[in-house]
Design a protein around this ligand. Structure first.
Ligand SMILES: NC(=O)c1ccc[n+]([C@@H]2O[C@H](COP(=O)([O-])OP(=O)(O)OC[C@H]3O[C@@H](n4cnc5c(N)ncnc54)[C@H](O)[C@@H]3O)[C@@H](O)[C@H]2O)c1
Length: 381
């Protein structure tokens, strides 16, 4: 059997943000080929133009995702998986349509509007024996995997506190609009009809929740939160206190109105035997401090990193890799799982964010919104 995977994409026309990043990242893996798409619902011209730009057979550029799921499922050479890179409101219906036709799914986060929808997607994927990935992209960084192994190997002992943040500044324009100036990113994020019950927490706070869980293995038991809307329908800033299942606490801050910050995801994990600190904007390095010793700056792919995780490096050390490679590492494992699934092999040990992570993300968003609406009371997850 050829070790080739065919995939299709929903969303990601040539003017979109994240779809292009997905396609580039998948190209890092020569086993996967794009063969079908429905890239835009609002403009069939953009849909066709994107398909043409990508060299697709025009018959496989579909005017709707429903038609794409149906037609691709009928073809002998139909797609093995679909990558869903549309705004939040559409994720549930699109994922359900492809699962129903027997097609594996990789979906953007946040997975759905409601926890019930996310759980329905899990049930359907299990019933159909299909893989379901959720694109918590930052867990694809080599150093995320190195930190995870270090925590598992007890290098920092028991985790006793976490401090993590994800500040951006791009919605400052909302607080002080500049007449005539266009916003830089898709403004649908501010619209409850399209984004759901949260803007900032759903968009970037969920990355903190998933990243900390990935690295530490800890689950949030309960949380309390204060959010700031600054006159907008949805949150632009949130301070969140969490309690994990091991009794430790964590403090998370996410913001889209923090002047001078860009994509400042930063995570500090403190154990009783040491600590780890990592920043997304300098992702090839992690600061490791064993208790009572001098801090060490570890980088990927170096001899002193014996961890298996270091093998995810796609370039020799010293050549910065960046976000495309983080996405690529995530897809590399997902594509491996798709091929294994075709051969009837067990894929449970393959490392990629799954539908359960998506469910946790939706639960996290709902708990934050509920707490913030109730004077920052504790909310169980
Ligand atoms: N994991 C990450 O790091 C990350 C980063 C950015 C965005 N995202 C997520 O990706 C998703 C998309 O965000 P974006 O910034 O790329 O949005 P965007 O507005 O730039 O792009 C959305 C695309 O979806 C298309 N689309 C909308 N509805 C469609 C439908 N029914 N059928 C086909 N195409 C349709 C639009 O035409 C557009 O091409 C969001 O859920 C967002 O939260 C994740």
């Amino acid at each position: 059997m050829a070790a080739i995977v065919r995939y299709g994409m929903v969303g990601g026309d040539s003017g979109a943000f994240i779809g292009t990043v997905h396609r580039r990242a998948i190209r890092f893996d020569e086993r996967a080929h794009l063969v079908a798409g429905s890239f835009s619902a609002s403009s069939q011209q953009k849909n066709k133009d994107t398909g043409a730009l990508l060299g697709l057979d025009p018959k496989r550029v579909y005017s709707s995702y429903e038609e794409m799921a149906r037609e691709e499922a009928r073809r002998e050479d139909g797609i093995d998986f679909v990558s869903i890179v549309t705004p939040n409101v559409t994720h549930f219906d699109i994922a359900k349509a492809f699962l129903s036709e027997g097609i594996h799914v990789m979906c953007e986060k946040p997975l759905s509007f409601t926890v019930e929808q996310a759980e329905e997607l899990k049930a359907l994927s299990e019933q159909k024996g299909l893989l379901f990935g959720v694109n918590y992209s930052y867990t694809g960084y080599v150093l995320a995997k190195v930190m995870r192994e270090m925590v598992r190997d007890g290098k920092i002992g028991k985790v006793i506190n976490v401090n993590a943040e994800y500040p951006q500044e791009w919605l400052l324009d909302d607080l002080h609009p500049v007449p005539g100036q266009e916003l830089k990113l898709s403004v649908w994020r501010k619209d409850p009809e399209v984004a759901g019950i949260s803007n900032c927490v759903g968009d970037i706070g969920t990355h903190i929740e998933n990243f900390v869980h990935y690295v530490t293995g800890l689950n949030i038991k309960r949380l309390l939160a204060v959010t700031n809307h600054f006159g907008q329908p949805l949150d632009l800033n949130a301070n969140i206190l969490v309690e994990y299942d091991n009794g430790a606490n964590g403090a998370y801050w996410c913001s889209q109105v923090a002047a001078g910050t860009l994509n400042g995801l930063a995570v500090r994990i403190y154990g009783d035997q040491g600590s780890l600190e990592w920043q997304q904007e300098n992702p090839d390095f992690v600061r490791y401090t064993p208790r009572g010793e001098a801090p060490r700056l570890l980088t990927r792919g170096n001899g002193y990193l014996k961890e298996k995780a270091a093998a995810y490096s796609q370039l020799p050390t010293g050549h910065p890799e960046g976000l495309h490679v983080a996405f690529a590492n995530l897809y590399k494992n997902f594509i491996t799982a798709v091929l294994m699934n075709k051969r009837g092999e067990d894929t449970t040990s393959i490392d990629f964010p799954r539908v359960e992570d998506g469910i946790n993300g939706v639960k996290f968003v709902h708990a934050v919104v509920k707490s913030a609406a109730n004077d920052a009371c504790w909310v169980e997850l």
